[in-house]
Design a protein around this ligand. Structure first.
Ligand SMILES: Cc1cc2nc3c(=O)[nH]c(=O)nc-3n(C[C@H](O)[C@H](O)[C@H](O)COP(=O)(O)OP(=O)(O)OC[C@H]3O[C@@H](n4cnc5c(N)ncnc54)[C@H](O)[C@@H]3O)c2cc1C
Length: 336
């Protein structure tokens, strides 16, 4: 079968690219290995900027007060406008899939891509020829592997999904306990995602730390609670390789700093779509995402090797963030 664009992976990155391309007359297919679109291990936290892509009505909870807990104290920061939202990934997947379908894209589930070549991919023994290929297939991308790109900054996120309802969104910044990343409590309508993340190479002890925190501090019966985990890729090495493009996690655009990756997937999906439509397109939004990714990467690398400095900055940061303009600048211009 002949396509202008074959997209491997039906996550936010792949579906956004499909929508843009199909809307502009390209013959597009999304090949998704899973039976259901959007069934992804994720805490479902969205920073404000995602509202450019995702209607507010799709979100479950909104937060302007955010709790930060360091090894010394608990601070509640009050943001001017809502700081973040939570969304169910299944609902987000349905929404993005409907948009892509309405635009005219073909979506094929239960279609795991097992072979990639310069002009076709194979899924379930069927050959799909392409002019352009987009690898939107997440942290263990087969398209990225075909391109021979190393993935050295692979992260791991693990979490419990508890029916215990928490009121506040919480970020726990305690390097002795949780390592250089943070631990999260993300409340949804009828469940709460509670987890921690870190770079795979330094992830020993992560599960023990999560279990200890959930059991002893949060009083969760972990034996009766759903546990899940997944990888993240933060090793960005470019997005365009002749007629093959990478977006989102496959491109390594997930934040090394926070594990946030939905926004980067949506932006890169949109911008790659536009770049395929017009090779002269300058992709300004993706440039911004890449620039921010590189800054965050440098900060995260420095902090990872200096846990004491890391903790000191977390402690001083939560003090400084009480000052409105510092808080808004750091959170909305640098960190997110
Ligand atoms: C525990 C955890 C918590 C997280 N919490 C947040 C959060 O709160 N906020 C946030 O912004 N980000 C979060 N993330 C990161 C976020 O989930 C990802 O960055 C985001 O989903 C990336 O989107 P994507 O479209 O690039 O890839 P994905 O969403 O991973 O989609 C890739 C798709 O490709 C499919 N696929 C893979 N291989 C193949 C193949 N060979 N053939 C066909 N299909 C294939 C997969 O089934 C999947 O559907 C979290 C991640 C983890 C692990």
């Amino acid at each position: 079968m002949e396509y202008d664009v074959v997209i491997v992976g039906g996550g936010p990155g792949g579906l956004k690219a499909a929508e843009i391309l199909a809307k502009n007359g390209k013959k597009v297919i999304v090949l998704e290995k899973d039976k259901v679109i959007g069934d992804k291990v994720c805490a479902g936290g969205l920073m404000r900027k995602n509202l450019r892509y995702i209607p507010k009505e799709l979100s479950e909870k909104e937060f302007s007060d955010v709790m930060f807990v360091t090894n010394k104290k608990k601070t509640v920061l009050k943001f001017k406008k809502n700081f973040c939202y939570t969304v169910q990934r299944i609902k987000l997947g349905e929404y993005l899939m409907e948009n892509a379908k309405k635009a005219g894209a073909e979506i094929k589930t239960n279609a795991k891509v097992t072979e990639v070549t310069v002009n076709h991919v194979v899924a379930c023994n069927k050959k799909y020829n392409f002019q352009h290929l987009i690898g939107a297939d997440g942290p263990s991308s087969i398209v990225r592997k075909y391109l021979n790109l190393p993935s050295e900054k692979i992260g791991l996120g693990i979490q419990y999904i508890t029916t215990k309802i928490f009121k506040d969104i919480e970020f726990h910044l305690d390097t002795k306990r949780f390592g250089s990343w943070y631990a999260w409590v993300f409340p949804h309508d009828d469940y709460t995602a509670i987890g921690i993340g870190g770079i795979v190479s330094s992830s020993r002890g992560m599960k023990r730390a999560l279990d200890d925190w959930c059991r002893n501090d949060l009083k969760i019966e972990i034996e009766k609670t759903r546990f899940e985990g997944a990888l993240l890729n933060s090793d960005y090495r470019g997005y365009k390789f002749k007629n093959i493009f990478l977006v989102g996690d496959a491109a390594g655009l997930t934040s090394t700093f926070s594990g946030e990756g939905i926004y980067q997937a949506l932006v890169s999906g949109e911008e790659v779509g536009k770049k395929i439509l017009d090779p002269k397109y300058k992709y300004p939004k993706l440039k911004k995402v890449i620039f921010r990714h590189r800054i965050q990467d440098k900060i995260a690398d420095t902090l990872r090797f200096n846990p004491k400095i890391n903790q000191f900055l977390y402690n001083i940061g939560t003090h400084l963030f009480k000052i409105g303009f510092i808080r808004e600048f750091v959170f909305f211009k640098i960190l997110t």
